[in-house]
Design a protein around this ligand. Sequence first.
Ligand code: C2G
Length: 129
Amino acid sequence: MKRVITYGTFDLLHYGHINLLRRAKEYGDYLIVALSTDEFNWNEKQKKCYFDYEKRRQLLEAVRYVDLVIPEENWEQKRSDVVEYHVDTFVMGDDWAGKFDFLKDLCQVVYLPRTPEISTTQIKLDLNR
Ligand code: C2G
């Protein structure tokens, strides 16, 4: 079984996220999503999520491409996650290109093109117009 992992906040889940998850799943048969906790988002990414962790987890677990959701609590857990979950491929959108190449000794590292024009930030801006 080929196992894939990806990380993110996935707030206000939208088609850009789904495009990423669908393409990530194409690299294997089991996709793990490490979902940023509310604390990690606020303390490390200064992101205040519209949906809290539990709601964001529920939404992701309803996505056909997702097999497991685990919490992302810090920047440092990636190496141990890759080992613990026997990950073959690490996938992120290319806004992170190069940032996780330190994992290349453990697994394949893939950066996929982001879906243009859509982002959680843009959705919030549009809704506030
Ligand atoms: N994404 C995408 N296209 C978009 C928006 C997002 O492909 N239009 C991708 C991002 O590149 C990322 C994933 O969807 O791979 C999740 O996006 P975010 O929730 O914004 O993730 P981020 O806050 O960048 O968290 O440790 C890594 C971080 O947790 C990543």
